[in-house]
Design a protein around this ligand. Structure first.
Ligand code: IVH
Length: 727
């Protein structure tokens, strides 16, 4: 036991024996600690063994074996990540958030298996619902996918998914992950000559947060979410970076296994093992992987019916915040390996597996600044600039706080930690401020009393503050220019917010018609404008002089007139003069135009300044392709203009900025439907003041609930023209 080898090589047989014993013990305790979660010795006792082995190896470098527990951080900094072919393609997953799609998947698999079993009798047993254990379900880990290859039981390489055929070798970083054994254990099953498994590398939520804290303290950019942080860590060329971060691995599939000769690797169907036995089901494969010392999730369950699958989905979603790592759904897999083989794969995903995703979630971030932004209609909106955060795949850094009352109600202040969500998957909004004990908060945000752009005193309209200086306020002009050039309006390439600010700020454009008088030499020399880019912008503007009446009407930003109404007006009247001169009666004969909208349209055209600008635009600048009048209400040809097509809305409670009818008209104008009762099929329940039982029902059924602010954000994001707030 007491190894005191001298410092010369080769090591004595006693030293060799002791080193082997220490390696065995250390692996055993690592396994108990990391994989089985039931350590038998103290950390100190473990460290003592570890140091003994380190010392022994230092004295006798010949004793060092690549899979020794001391060799996790081995080697230095790489100069590139090598590319490797996968042992078997790493496919993606078919996925959905819809229960109906899951039901169709279940049916499809059952049908295909029944059909297959007509010719292959032994497949009959594989038909789900024909017995217990037909589906195996796991959480869908939101990390990065990895292939681990063990040759003769020793970890040879770890490879990212890459394009599914080849990926990048991240072996050195993955070796540092304590939950990845450097060599397999010979358990009840002998170790195969080749084993390639697939799993997921994750960073715990705690680990992610403390990593971001450290990065911030060092003046570095934090990661947007644990997945990005994981990817950014394992792809580092310096493995010591991964060693410092709390990465974990869960394995969930055997990609390839060769019992004795590599050439005989099984990549599909039942898996023969070296001892002559066979793994026939996924459950057996999981047990084998666990037995070899790999970490397999303990959350995995077996199910036979879709309802059981949905129960599992629900329970994982409910425990989502307490798992300690990110999951974004559940993965459903056929248990029977012969059944899997019979079903096969598309080039993208296996036909035997399905990911049932969770709806996009809320994220936590910090408010960096709150400022008041003046929109093109003069409404002054408080906006929170946040530390960028990824929500359901999109990085967001701004959230609207809507109006004075909303800011006060949510009491969002600079520096606050907030929960944000994307409403209807589009516009980020602040859900709530999180309490932080002991942190001193900034002063409450005050809406300015004067326009931050033109200094005109703001007027209050309900909860909104509005700059009444419509024609001279440069922020409003910037907003109008951006809208005029936006994709669904004139679609002027290069006329974004920055450029519009420059044009207005430098006095190059003081009203809309001047846009068309711009020449390249006016622009050259300003930031971002050389001869080429200046020429391009001028050309883009020039080329949009010929446009359709409907784009032009939409681009004018007439209150309440969104893309759909603009199209209907164009079709109904056919000419610009027709729309401009229409009276209430004529306007209201267009479908979707009620008294309120016709009033808004008429007062827009009646404004003397507007009329003057329009005269100049129509006098030799715009060449409108006016449309042949036809009955309004015909469907758009390309469906592009009905962004809410297929979505159903239910309203409950009172709204502030709309009447029920005008809200309904806006939703319908975008192709959505408004119905009276909530069901699982309802897309959104809009809950205003004192909502009724429909809200409770929505919550029970898991239907997305929007408050008025979220509804506004959703409608605006889809190009609706909302009525300006009124008194
Ligand atoms: S099974 C493709 N099980 O999710 C067939 N995949 O978005 C085998 N993923 O790239 C996959 N958790 O890497 C499976 N429990 C789990 C998973 C899982 C996460 C990954 C998978 C895939 C991605 C698809």
């Amino acid at each position: 036991m007491n190894a005191t080898p001298d410092s010369t090589s080769p090591p004595s047989p006693a030293a060799e024996r002791r080193a082997a014993e220490l390696r065995r013990e250390l692996r055993h305790h690592e396994h108990l600690y990391y994989i089985e979660n039931r350590p038998e010795i103290s950390d100190q006792a473990f460290d003592a063994l570890f140091h003994e082995l380190k010392e022994l190896e230092a004295r006798h470098p010949d004793l060092i074996q690549p899979d020794s527990p001391t060799q996790r951080v081995a080697g230095g900094i790489l100069d590139h990540l090598p590319s490797h072919q996968h042992a078997s393609p790493m496919l993606s997953l078919d996925s959905s958030q819809e229960e109906a799609t899951l039901r169709r998947f279940d049916e499809r698999v059952r049908k295909a298996l029944t059909k297959a079993s007509l010719t292959k009798a032994d497949l009959a047993a594989a038909v789900p619902t024909s017995g217990a254990g037909s589906w195996v379900v796991d959480p869908k880990f939101d990390g990065i996918s990895v292939e681990l290859v063990y040759r003769d039981g020793v970890l040879e390489r770890a490879v990212t998914r890459g394009d599914g055929q080849r990926g990048e070798g991240i072996t050195e970083s993955v070796r540092t992950i304590a939950t990845v054994p450097l060599s397999l254990r010979a358990g009840q099953r002998p170790i195969p000559a080749l084993l390639a498994v697939r799993g997921e590398i994750l960073l715990t939520v705690d680990g992610f947060e403390s990593l971001n804290e450290r990065l911030l303290a060092a003046g570095k950019e934090p990661f947007a979410n644990p997945r990005n942080a994981t990817a950014g860590t394992v792809r580092q060329l310096d493995p010591s970076i991964a060693a410092e971060r709390p990465l974990e691995v869960y394995v969930y599939d055997i990609l390839a296994l060769a019992p004795e000769n590599e050439e005989d690797a099984t990549t599909d169907g039942p898996i023969p093992l070296p001892d002559g036995s066979t793994l026939a089901t996924h459950q057996e494969a999981l047990a084998a992987m666990r037995d070899w010392g790999l970490r397999v999730s303990t959350l995995t369950r077996v199910a036979t019916t879709v309802d059981e699958l949905l129960d599992f989905h629900r329970s994982i979603e409910e425990s989502r915040d307490t798992l300690g790592f990110e999951v974004d759904g559940v993965v459903i897999k056929l248990d029977d390996l012969a059944g899997r083989q019979a079903l096969g794969s598309t080039s993208h995903h296996p036909r035997w597996a399905f990911a049932m995703k969770f709806p996009p979630r809320k994220e936590i971030t910090r408010v960096e600044r709150i400022f008041a932004s003046v929109g093109r209609t003069g409404v002054v909106t408080p906006v929170a600039l946040m530390r960028p955060v990824e929500i359901g795949g999109v990085t967001v850094s701004r959230a609207t706080l809507h109006n004075r009352e909303e800011v006060a109600r949510k009491d969002v202040r600079e520096g606050d930690l907030i929960r944000v969500q994307r409403a209807g998957d589009v516009i980020p909004q602040v859900v709530e401020v999180l309490e932080e004990e002991g942190r001193e908060r900034a002063e409450p945000f005050q809406m300015p009393e004067r326009c931050p752009s033109c200094d005109t005193p703001l007027v209050e309209r309900g909860p909104f503050s509005v700059c009444p200086n419509s024609f001279e306020c440069s922020a409003q002009l910037v907003g109008r220019l951006v809208h005029f050039g936006s994709r669904k309006a004139l679609d002027i390439e290069g006329l974004g917010e920055e450029t519009a600010k420059l044009l207005v700020g430098e006095g190059l454009v003081t009203e809309l018609p001047q846009l068309f008088a711009l020449r390249a030499h006016d622009l050259i020399g300003y930031e971002g404008f050389g001869a080429i880019s200046a020429g391009k912008l001028v050309e883009a503007i020039e080329s949009t002089r010929r446009t359709s009446l409907e784009r032009f009407l939409f681009g004018l930003g007439i209150p309440e007139v969104g893309v759909t109404v603009a199209r209907d007006l164009a079709r109904h009247f056919g000419t610009f003069r027709g729309v401009q001169g229409a009276d209430d009666e004529a306007l209201q004969s267009v479908s979707g135009v009620g008294p309120r909208m016709s009033e808004a349209i008429r007062s827009f055209f009646a404004q003397p300044q507007t009329a003057e600008v329009l005269e100049r635009l129509m006098d030799g600048i715009m060449e409108l392709q006016e449309s042949t009048p036809r009955p309004s209400g015909e469907a758009a040809e390309d469906g592009q203009e009905a962004p809410l097509e297929g979505k159903t809305f239910v309203f409950t409670g009172g709204l502030e900025r709309f009447t029920r009818d005008s809200a309904k008209a806006l939703v319908e104008g975008l192709g959505g439907r408004v119905t009276g009762s909530v069901s699982r099929k309802t897309s959104y329940v809009v809950a205003g003041d004192s909502p009724g039982s429909k809200l409770a029902k929505a919550e029970k059924l898991g239907v997305e609930v929007l408050d008025e602010a979220a509804l506004i954000a959703l409608l605006e994001a889809q190009g609706a023209q909302l009525p300006p707030p009124e008194n």
